[in-house]
Design a protein around this ligand. Structure first.
Ligand code: CA
Length: 229
């Protein structure tokens, strides 16, 4: 079955460029030109992924992203944001508002196609592993029922926090997690710590994983990600 991509962008040239390339790559496409239509379309005809421009008339792309991610009818739909501004801050804000990935403009259509395919692929992997309650990746087996992590020849003892971090990373290889998101997920909204807390836990986790610890990569100035397979 072809995956359907909903493009949310007001610039017609860019819409046409995206549609052409996505269709060539075997995706179905749909498009709307503003945030209000995006919300309505996503509810009425749920797409498999939303390609959302940051710069939209009336309602800003970040707000659209937050609304989509807070509505139970649309929150499961992955979002890839197109960010016109090159500033790091905008990208981080996109991720904080729940986007699954971002692509800075100007982009190559090929890059968009590859990123879209990668997000869809990693979500599919995530769903399959949820059923079996085990995540297998990079030579690690994470047993979610038993709270156990194993390599080929040993069991690794992790604290509850380290286990949470590793599970989060391993569920979304390639996704960048900011320190703020990690603090939210691990300690909840109530926590007002400093960034170093996250760094400390991540470096301990890396050490315990030994050789495999290299798969947790530092994204300079942003946070961490688990290397894609
Ligand atoms: Ca735009």
């Amino acid at each position: 079955m072809q995956a359907k991509i909903l493009i949310v962008e007001d610039e017609r040239d860019i819409v046409e460029l995206l549609r052409y390339n996505l269709q060539e790559a075997g995706f179905k496409t749909d498009y709307v030109r503003n945030g209000a239509d995006a919300l309505q379309r996503a509810i009425e005809e749920p797409p498999d992924l939303i390609l959302l421009d940051l710069m939209l008339p009336e309602v800003d792309g970040l707000i659209v992203c937050r609304l989509l991610k807070s509505d139970s009818r649309t929150k499961h739909v992955p979002i890839v944001m197109l960010t016109a501004k090159r500033e790091e801050e905008d990208r981080i804000r996109g991720l904080e508002h729940g986007a699954d990935d971002y692509i800075p403009k100007p982009f190559s259509p090929r890059e968009v196609v590859l990123r879209v395919a990668a997000v869809l692929r990693r979500l599919k992997v995530g769903r399959e592993t949820e059923e079996t309650q085990k995540i297998r990746t990079h030579g690690l087996t994470i047993d979610l029922d038993k709270h156990q992590v194993q390599t080929e020849d040993e069991t690794i003892e992790l604290t509850a926090t380290e286990f949470k971090l590793l599970t989060l990373f391993a569920r979304s290889p390639g996704r960048v997690f900011t320190r703020e998101i990690l603090m939210d997920v691990i300690w909840g909204q109530e926590y007002y710590g400093i960034d170093r807390t996250v760094d400390t836990h991540v470096s301990r986790l890396r050490r315990k994983l030994g050789d495999l610890g290299r798969h947790i990569e530092t994204v300079h100035g942003v946070g961490y990600r688990f290397r894609e397979v």
